[in-house]
Design a protein. Structure first.
Length: 265
């Protein structure tokens, strides 16, 4: 059976619009990155440097790590479509979120790994290989390992401080599998979503943590119901990549086959 590699970060898109996923991840059709995606990359870059130094016992200030944020905005590794935004405005927001994370979230976390990469985790009976990088691996007071994933968006944290966790379980489940393979120990603690609310003003920006449990069960399924990995494998093997014109990202800005998609008719 041919093994197909799936990046953990792409799994939600596979179930949101299989046709878009197939175009991007099987046929290699690409679009420039969006402002939102590059802003998130920049925040991740600065936070990673900050957290690594804490693990090493040589903590630095948020300002010391801010150069990584600026560099990611102004020297992206991929093309970015800034649209009506500007790199300068993206830098200002990314730096503010970086500082918010470093001051309000990171000090309360006990990380054992940052950007833990699993090059390849094969599930041969499904014909899939999972790849990707887990943002953080945490350890709790009982010694149980869990994962934490940083999410930046305009809807990451509600006004009441609630973190949006809906829709992330599939991706989180894959990250838990990858983290366990990368570190050589099972991931048993609940997963955390670290939400960073993107906004142009300090008042609108928020940082909070939400919890996800049972993510792996959603992936592997039960005796009575198939898991998402089984469904993904069937879809990929059959080639039945249907489109979803009601997807919130059914737009030429996000889909490389938008103008030729038969499902929009």
């Amino acid at each position: 059976m041919e093994i197909v590699a799936i990046r953990a970060s792409s799994l939600p898109e596979l179930f949101d619009c299989p046709a878009r996923w197939e175009a991007k991840h099987i046929r290699g059709r690409r679009l420039p990155r969006s402002t939102a995606a590059q802003l998130g990359t920049a925040v991740h870059a600065g936070a990673a440097v900050f957290d690594v130094q804490r693990i090493l016992g040589s903590p630095i200030t948020p300002d010391d790590a801010a150069g990584e944020v600026v560099d990611a905005i102004h020297h992206p590794k991929e093309d970015v479509d800034w649209g009506e935004d500007s790199p300068r405005e993206a830098e200002r927001i990314a730096l503010a979120l970086h500082g918010l994370y470093c001051r309000d979230i990171a000090p309360s976390k006990n990380y054992v790994a940052v950007e833990a990469e699993c090059e390849r985790l094969e599930i041969s009976d499904l014909g899939l290989a999972l790849t990707g990088t887990t943002d953080r691996i945490t350890i709790d007071a009982l010694g149980d390992l869990g994962i934490a994933d940083i999410k930046t968006s305009k809807a990451a944290v509600a006004a009441d401080g609630t973190v949006r966790t809906a829709g992330h379980a599939a991706q989180i489940g894959v990250y838990e599998l990858l983290a366990g393979a990368a570190i050589g120990r099972p991931i048993t603690a609940p997963a955390e979503i670290i939400g960073l609310q993107v906004a142009k003003t300090d008042r609108g920006r928020r940082a909070a943590v939400g919890i996800i449990t049972g993510a792996r069960e959603l992936l592997v399924g039960t005796e009575d119901q198939p898991g998402l990995l089984q469904i993904a494998a069937r879809m990929i093997r059959s080639g039945d990549f249907y489109g979803n014109p009601k997807s919130q990202t059914c737009n030429e800005k996000y889909c490389p086959v938008f103008n030729e998609c038969r499902w929009r008719r």
